[in-house]
Design a protein around this ligand. Structure first.
Ligand code: GDP
Length: 140
């Protein structure tokens, strides 16, 4: 059975452009409930840890530099079928291939600076939520 939680980040490009509010509005209007949220900033080391699964990929170094280049918003979201539905809402990794009306189609600047993160499995949603939020911050 699909889980009911996912994890998202509003990435530095979208935060810097002042699009956090508009993106959160789209997320809420799509039926997701925010159950934990904070504005924060990754160090390059923490970005490296978060994206460790990608460490052999050619863009890993650039990705870590980009993800630590400015503030982000991290949040845990709740909805039935959360992971799959959220991936649909954000659209393809490359905004040029993202469907019309998706968050990345509207707000992403490039394949790297693509506005938002969305977990790709229930297991990773839990790991990523735990990476950012302590038990005390996950009260809901
Ligand atoms: P996601 O699950 O859609 O976020 O995509 P991936 O897990 O494949 O990649 C993680 C993140 O790495 C993406 O969201 C982008 O920020 C970045 N990324 C993915 N592919 C590329 C690429 O080909 N070049 C660059 N520079 N960054 C990429």
């Amino acid at each position: 059975m699909a889980g009911n939680r996912t994890f998202t980040m509003i990435k530095p490009d979208a935060f810097e452009a002042g699009n956090s509010g508009a993106i959160l509005k789209m997320i809420e209007e799509a039926g997701f409930k925010i159950v934990a949220m904070k504005a924060t900033r990754l160090t390059p080391e923490l970005a490296g840890k978060f994206y460790e699964v990608h460490k052999e990929r050619p863009f890993y170094k650039d990705l870590c530099a980009y993800m630590s280049s400015g503030p982000i918003i991290a949040a845990i979201l709740e909805k039935d079928n959360a992971v799959e539905d959220f991936r649909k809402l954000i659209g393809a990794t490359n905004p040029e291939q993202a469907a019309e009306g998706t968050i990345r189609k509207i707000f992403a600047k490039s394949i790297e600076a693509n506005a938002v993160h969305g977990s790709d499995s229930d297991e990773n949603a839990a790991i990523e939520g735990n990476f950012y939020f302590s038990q005390l911050e996950r009260v809901l």
